[in-house]
Every structure is written in structure tokens, then in C-alpha cells.
Design a protein around this ligand. Sequence first.
Ligand code: ADP
Length: 370
Amino acid sequence: MTEVQLQEFKLEPDSELRFEVESKNEKVVLEVKSGYAELFGTELVKAKPYEFHTGAKVAVFTWHGCTVELRGKTEVSYVAKETPMVVYLNVHAALEQQRVAAEQESTRGPVTMVVGPGDVGKSTLTRILLNYAVRMGRRPIYVDLDVGQGHISVPGTIGALLVERPASIEEGFSQQAPLVYHFGHSSPGENLELYNTIVGRLAEVIAERCENNKKASTSGVIINTCGWIKGDGYKVLSHAAQAFEVDVILVLDNERLYNELKRDMPKFVKVVYLPKSGGVVERSSTQRAEARDARIREYFYGKRTPYYPHSFDVKFNDLKIYKVGAPSLPASCMPLGMRAADALTKVVQYGSGHGPTDADDPVPAAAAAA
Ligand code: ADP
């Protein structure tokens, strides 16, 4: 459906304007005319134009009421009165109490993990909670374990960021000095052993850094995860929960997962069920793949601030290409004392034209990933 070019919306307190930009090369400009509004936890500046491009799915929420103007062609745009924002705010308040306690007792702040199936708003909730924390003067650590979309660096990696200011409306969280581990696939299922190894490594490094940064330590960690929650996906989540020693797990919109985690997690881990927002948009696998491509492009070419990458020639003979994960062998063919799973984190060099061969001096996978 095509909407008119200029639209004005009056939002009552506790409601949100949702809109999507679909058409190719389309641009929609948003401006708050009066009142206060926020976008996934970042406060919008009055009378400042914000641009949204193809693929954007946006919610402008207001606690106090506001008037908003949209310029450009939106696919849909409507005002919703039913949102779970009060529930999310209560979660933030509970985390904030734990941060205050951590500050007083000089202990670690809450480590929170957001889980749920695909397209329930996990990344959005993570962003909201981080934004609220940083707006309270905290310095939380943002961890993204979602290799499928990858909001830190590019898809196929996992990473962490120290969040020092709210996410920019158009560009998300500042990506200065992120800690990133390469995985190389868009789903953990492609190499579970490697995924668990790098998740464990990331958790260790964060724990070490927190020891030297009291402010970050008391502010806690918020972890976004993949939407894969069944079978091995569940094991991956449990492993991550253990590796990061999480205190709180927020389960979005899946009662089965909630009950399984309640049953399996130690008693001190609080498992909380949360409703998803009716505004979260489901994406097809093509749209996900497109979003992945766009993210990789953005990494090299920039989004708002264009980068100018340049190419230079390297002789093919000078290149050494390594791959993590050797073909798995049956246990009977393995050298004594080696597990089949070890092969999955082994670094192998691609020989010239003969496919992968063993590296002369294999690098331990964890060191290679770092
Ligand atoms: P997940 O991380 O669970 O896959 P996301 O948080 O990425 O889900 O949300 C999916 C899409 O829905 C995103 O494009 C996001 O911008 C959009 N979205 C999330 N919440 C809302 C909302 N309340 N209104 C409109 N769109 C939303």
C-alpha cells in the first residue's frame, strides 16, 4: 500500500508509531515536532530530521505524548497503543537495582541474556535495555552472539562492545574498539565446537576486562543471542549461559524455552518470560540474507559516513589461506588421545590446488580466532 508523502501523527502517552520503508532507494524522514519520543531507547531530538532507508522497520515510542511528522513513502505506518514497553521498563528498573547493589558491595553487576526464536525483538530489547542503562550513567557491555545478523562488526562473527553513549538513531551503537571473534558461518550449527570455543573465549576476556574496569563491571553485561532454540540450538544457549555465568535470562515469546530453561538452569539464575511486541516484523530468509549482505557492504563502504576502500594486488603465491575445521574422521582413525571434536577447531591450510591440507605448524584455534 502506498501512503501519502507527508504524514503527521499525534501520539498519546504510552503509544508508538510504527512504520516500514520498503520500496527500493526510498528515503523517509522523521521529525519530532513537539513533546518527547524515543526510538528503541534512544531519545529523539526535537525538530531534528532523521533519515530511514529501504528495509527500515521502526517504532517511535512516547512516554509523555508527542507529535511526529513523516516525509516520504512508507509501506505501512500506524499508531499502536498496546506495547510491552512498561514491562521492558520494569526489567530495566530491576537490573538497575542490581547495579546499585553491585556498586555498594563492589561485586559484579547483572549479566543478562536475551533469548527467544527468530523475529521476536531480541536485538531490539537488547538495544532498549542498553540505551536505558547508559542513559542512567552506566557503562554496560553489549555482547552479540547472533552470527546470523551480527550487529557488531559483520555477520559470521561474535563480539562485544563497551557502551558509553546511547545508540545513534541511524547507525546504532558506536563501534569503537569492539572485541570481535571470527566464526565464519551464519549459523552456529555449521561448527558447534568452534562456536562454543569462541563464546567461551569471549566470556573469559570480558570477565578479565571487568576486573580492571569497575564501572563496566557494576553496570553488567547484556547478551543478544541467535534465534535457534531447539535441539543443538538449546545446548548452545545453555553453554553460553554457563560461559558468561548469567544472572538473568529474558525469554521472549516462547513458553517451551522458558520452561526448559527454568528446569535446567541453576536456582540463582532468574528466568523471566516477556511478551514480544506486536510491532516486530517477521522477515523471510531472503530478507535476512539481504540484511546480511547490506551489513557486510556497510562495513566496508560505510552507512552515513562513506568509506573509500581501495584495492591493492598481492601475488597469489604470497597468500596462505587457512580454514578452521578439518574434515571429521571416525574415532578409529584418530591418533591416540585425540577426540573427533578436536578436528573441528583445528586450523588447516589450503594447499595449492589440492584442497585443504594440514598446516605445517597448526595454530591452536582459540589463538587463531583471537
Ligand atoms: P530478533 O533479534 O528477535 O530477530 P529484531 O529485534 O531484529 O528481532 O526485530 C525484527 C525487526 O522488527 C527489526 O527490523 C526491528 O527494527 C523491527 N521491530 C522491532 N520492534 C518493533 C516495533 N515495536 N515496531 C516496529 N518494528 C519493530
